[in-house]
Design a protein around this ligand. Sequence first.
Ligand SMILES: *[C@@H]1O[C@H](CO)[C@@H](O)[C@H](O)[C@H]1NC(C)=O
Ligand SMILES: *[C@@H]1O[C@H](CO)[C@@H](O)[C@H](O)[C@H]1NC(C)=O
Length: 463
Amino acid sequence: MDVLTALLLVHLIPVSTPKNGMSSKSRKRIMPDPVTEPPVTDPVYEALLYCNIPSVAERSMEGHAPHHFKLVSVHVFIRHGDRYPLYVIPKTKRPEIDCTLVANRKPYHPKLEAFVSHMSKGSGASFESPLNSLPLYPNHPLCEMGELTQTGVVQHLQNGQLLRDIYLKKHKLLPNDWSADQLYLETTGKSRTLQSGLALLYGFLPDFDWKKIYFRHQPSALFCSGSCYCPVRNQYLEKEQRRQYLLRLKNSQLEKTYGEMAKIVDVPTKQLRAANPIDSMLCHFCHNVSFPCTRNGCVDMEHFKVIKTHQIEDERERREKKLYLGYSLLGAHPILNQTIGRMQRATEGRKEELFALYSAHDVTLSPVLSALGLSEARFPRFAARLIFELWQDREKPSEHSVRILYNGVDVTFHTSFCQDHHKRSPKPMCPLENLVRFVKRDMFVALGGSGTNYYDACHREGF
Ligand SMILES: *[C@@H]1O[C@H](CO)[C@@H](O)[C@H](O)[C@H]1NC(C)=O
Ligand SMILES: *[C@@H]1O[C@H](CO)[C@@H](O)[C@H](O)[C@H]1NC(C)=O
């Protein structure tokens, strides 16, 4: 199959559902369903989900709660939207993608022009250094490496609008006269994460007032702030990388494919592999730009499928071997700890930080998903969103509950800290205490050592 045929398929695979009809086939799924999903995942289908090409408004489960529940706070983790590749395929022309934002190009969002005009009046005071040196929206006729594209901006304008309809219009999360300290905003220092966060906020806030915006800078992709030093986490990562390497060696079809592609572009196989060609190929794929050719031939859909299939295999083995889980439990602890701290303050009636936004990367979301026990969840697509909602039961005001949503799907009862609760309680939510107990203690128990806190678990001897 060529790129064109694959992209035409986008329109055959429903990415949204009619308001009421929920056939099992068209329902968007985050957790593979063993009953209806084929056991062999289709690499092209998976790649299309990864692209997350914006279409009609999607159906989502955010904000669903019985009437007697009050929404207290919301914590949103996003991956940046569609971006230009981070690597080039050696000796080929890089894909010609325009990173300026224009109205007569698809995908489009009604707020796109207003977003550009508002961003161009941006204020340096709204950003912690060094964020204030970053451009506030993509603006290059030929994208720079890693730059957010128009698709990426539209994805997050849509995310923002969706969350606004649910959290602001329906649940009145923020008062009309909301103030700066009711938002908590944090991003890594890349233009694509900052711009993604701004696009989401622009879609979300009823009045985007620069005086009320303050983005903090997070230097670590794990969002581990002052608690990044963790030797055991690094040991897990090294073992995980070793596992990855051995799996690759076992895949002769993959080696053959890299060999063929290396011949086409006329560089040593090792050099081609180091250039991580799948990143670039996904950009071609998501943007319907044909794969590169040289006078030796063309990179093609079969190459793409082999590499993508291997990625899926790799994720499957990663779940089984659990090394990545160890890495994730330690890697995600600081940000989960911060989140429950923020939730606990909200339960005490504090009115600050009601809406927290962390604008991040696949390497941020992936460990959090894994640590929560959502190992079946798909790899974070462009503009993926993971949301923690905190609710109060008006009938029992001292009781607080959480819901966890991934790309609009309620995954609360797939988490390791709430699987059993589901069977015992009719409440469609998880007690906050479960999440707190998990973050404060059970995460470390799950690691299997004797450590019962972050410091001990990070410094375990003889691991
Ligand atoms: C993909 O690009 C081709 C031109 O190369 C165009 O004819 C086709 O309509 C595009 N497909 C989609 C789904 O945009
Ligand atoms: C967890 O959060 C508390 C405050 O809520 C803080 O005192 C503690 O240092 C944090 N621990 C880690 C490991 O981040």
